[in-house]
Design a protein around this ligand. Structure first.
Ligand code: AMP
Length: 289
């Protein structure tokens, strides 16, 4: 496993892979890795000759009052964790060289970027689209792997890859959870014991939404209200959004008729903002899975 910091060195290594006709799987991350990241790496390993992982806390996708500075970073720990996963290259650029002096080009998205997290984190998806485009141009992967945990982000990357003819297959992988259901996230480290307990409500309310939809409820306002009620019993939680939408286009109707329903929540547990979601697919009749 090679650790590379410079874009030029990365390009050289990639050119060598390409020359040899090897396929490349790419897993972009912000580090402080956990089993969610590992699941993406394992899939990339399975489907490609070479695997590249990037570790970069991208300043461009953080707002001025967000947690860029305190975001957990531990490259030693990350390298140890993925050391046995068959990763070929870890790319860890320095922000100052990655966004060179005079940098002024951006990639952004409209419709999918103007809902959910886009409303609460202005500029976030512009930062995500720009960094992913830069990384894609360097790594030139055949396939790139994203987690359903950040479903809106994954859908956005899929869209820009198609819109801008990037020629990369974007794969969206399932959410890896702790035993009790909490979605794994690098930010879970911020939670104290009580907050960790409260955070469980996010997954529990997603399960409740699933049950409601399974039993035939389609009124999105009603589903949102029931979830809000669950949260209202706990002091230290503030909801940014609860969305019940068509999972393919993120559209919220009064009554949801889609065959693939996304229920997504963003909530503050104390000072930590967590997101999670569930996708409910259903085939014929009312049988939902
Ligand atoms: P991050 O380092 O948080 O930017 O995440 C890097 C990639 O890992 C993104 O595609 C995330 O969606 C994905 N990811 C993060 N948490 C999980 C999880 N619990 N399960 C699956 N994928 C995840």
């Amino acid at each position: 496993m090679k650790l590379i910091h410079s874009s030029n060195k990365l390009s050289e290594a990639i050119a060598d892979f390409r020359l040899k006709g090897l396929s490349i799987g790419f897993v972009p991350t912000m580090g402080f890795l956990h089993q969610g990241h590992i699941s993406l790496i394992r899939k990339a390993r399975e489907e490609n000759n070479k695997v590249v992982v990037s570790i970069f806390v991208n300043p461009m996708q953080f707002g001025p009052n967000e947690d860029f500075k305190k975001y957990p970073r531990d490259i030693k720990r990350d390298l140890t964790l993925i050391g046995t996963e068959g990763v070929d290259i870890v790319f860890q650029p320095a922000a100052a060289s990655f966004y060179h002096k005079g940098f002024q080009s951006f990639v952004d998205i409209e419709v999918f970027g103007n809902v959910m997290c886009g409303l609460y984190r202005p500029g976030h998806f512009k930062g995500v689209c720009t960094v992913c485009t830069k990384l894609f141009n360097l790594v030139r992967p055949d396939r790139a792997y994203f987690g359903q945990k950040d479903y809106q982000q994954a859908l956005i990357i899929k869209q820009i890859a198609a819109d801008l003819n990037m020629g990369i297959k974007i794969k969206i992988m399932p959410i890896i959870r702790e035993k009790d259901g909490l979605a794994m996230s690098s930010r879970n480290i911020y939670l104290n014991k009580k907050e960790r307990q409260n955070a469980l409500l996010i997954f529990k309310s997603l399960c409740l939404a699933k049950e409601l939809i399974r039993s035939g409820e389609r009124r999105t306002a009603r589903i949102r209200k029931i979830i809000k009620n669950v949260f209202s019993k706990i002091d230290d939680i503030r909801i940014d959004y609860i969305v019940v939408a068509d999972a393919d286009n993120l559209k919220e109707e009064k009554s949801i008729s889609s065959k693939k329903i996304l229920v997504a929540i963003a909530a503050w547990i104390g000072n930590t903002r967590l997101i999670d979601n569930i996708i409910i697919k259903h085939g014929q009749g009312l049988r939902l899975s």
